[in-house]
Design a protein around this ligand. Structure first.
Ligand code: URA
Length: 240
């Protein structure tokens, strides 16, 4: 059966499907010895030989690895960093698989980050149509009143486009009124979305931490540490 080249690369654990498209466009992938750069290419895994950076790849023995990391503030989620800042990949060095982050968290955001070599799952989880709930605990400047909270819940316009409805509830107010702690749940994954939504109601984020993706909770996983997901958790993600 023929499958798209980018899906094959994802299934073989080379990269997420979207990233695989970039690798193809960059001319790093060959099919039967020929560089392929166009996106529509399909291959037959039984007949065709696919290489990435001249290394033969295969989906046969790819063991899928699923990891949850508690990302600290001060790490980037991109693999290579132009400014030489620390990268989350440095925190999962002992893992014997070519894993990559599922989506992203800002440099200044901490919390739950999934990493895997399952490019197909990455593709599904980061695709806008999947709408997985992401739960954050945010320290906000000031204390939003009911009007501001309603505005946030209905969705606010950021970068010219209205966000989908979101949830926000205040968990704690500082006595002097300078800060509060809020639980925020959004479904989309737009760039710096929580920060921009909070800016839009004039209560900017002072600190941001993701504590759950869907029903997967970070629990008491220590900052900078990671753990492998349980079979049950992996099944849950695949079903989403
Ligand atoms: N929203 C943000 O603003 N930043 C993140 O890292 C994640 C969601």
């Amino acid at each position: 059966m023929e499958i798209r080249l980018q899906k094959y690369l994802a299934d073989a654990g080379v990269a997420s499907r979207r990233k695989a498209e970039e690798l193809i466009a960059q001319g790093k992938v060959k099919v039967n010895g020929e560089i392929v750069t166009e996106m529509g290419c399909k291959i037959d895994p039984k007949k065709d030989e696919v290489t990435y950076l001249d290394q033969k790849i295969s989906t046969k023995d790819t063991k899928m690895v699923y990891i949850m990391l508690h990302k600290p503030v001060g790490y980037v989620t991109t693999a290579k960093e132009q400014f030489g800042r620390p990268a989350v990949m440095d925190l999962v060095k002992g893992v014997d698989a070519r894993i990559f982050p599922v989506g992203r968290l800002d440099y200044d955001t901490s919390g739950l980050l999934l990493l895997t070599n399952d490019g197909d799952l990455t593709y599904k989880l980061t695709h806008p149509k999947h709408d997985v709930d992401k739960t954050y605990i945010a320290k906000l400047y000031g204390i939003p009143d009911e009007g501001a909270l309603q505005k946030f819940r209905r969705g606010v316009v950021i970068d010219g486009v209205r966000t989908k409805p979101a949830k926000i509830r205040i968990l704690e107010k500082e006595k002097d009124g300078r800060f509060c702690t809020a639980e925020i749940i959004i479904h989309e994954g737009r760039n710096r979305q929580v920060r921009k939504m909070c800016d839009a109601i004039h209560h900017p984020v002072a600190q941001l931490k993701r504590v759950a993706t869907g029903e997967l909770k970070m629990g008491d996983l220590q900052k900078g540490k990671f753990r492998h997901l349980t079979e049950k958790e992996v099944k849950y993600l695949k079903k989403l």
